[in-house]
Design a protein. Sequence first.
Length: 221
Amino acid sequence: MKKVLVSPSILSSDFSSLYEDVLSVKMAGADWIHYDVMDGHFVNNISFGAPIIKSIAKRVGLFCDVHLMIEEPLKYINDFIDAGASLVTVHLETIDDKKFEEFLNICHKNNVKVGLSIKPNTDVKKLDKYLKNIDVVLIMSVEPGFGGQEFLTNSLVKIEYLDKLRNKENLDFLIEVDGGINDKTAPLCREKGVDVLVSGSYIFKAKNREEAINKLKEVGE
Ligand code: DX5
Ligand code: ZN
């Protein structure tokens, strides 16, 4: 099975010692760090914004994976780029073609990678026309808003569809999956061709975080 990257979601970390907690998953072998930004409109929860990311992302020094679950991503995107984002992922449900062009231009101008995400009930084919222009597709395998939910298996069909399409059309975006990822669900995603596993509660609640990350990376090898 091909190599996979692991991006721990800090939503499940201890916010009272956020920097130390993020550092601990870096030491445990994390490849990226996943920052879940929620506005209480696009999803039923509020998490944190650019200042929190700014205060730790550069200090931690890992690839900064920003997942914007917000109604108006373009209004705030420069704040997240300024905070140190390496990749900004916005939801397809929040943009139209014109906004996508604008999103692309801002990211390219700032040398930031471009990601598009879809919720569990959004048809994966709606991504087709954007695929040649983006770096990452983020498939939500839970309803966005909260950590600790159960993995939705309809995401496996989407991962498989995207993997086949990129092989057929020679595209090079990465496929990332987010929600309910643990040692049982990670191999299912990997079999379908996923490249990046986001995982919050499984990693942050593990007694041994290094072991947890290794399990996500090693299964099936
Ligand atoms: C959900 C977030 C996820 C979440 C994952 O809206 O996008 O990144 O934190 O948490 P777990 O791995 O616990 O499902
Ligand atoms: Zn996320």
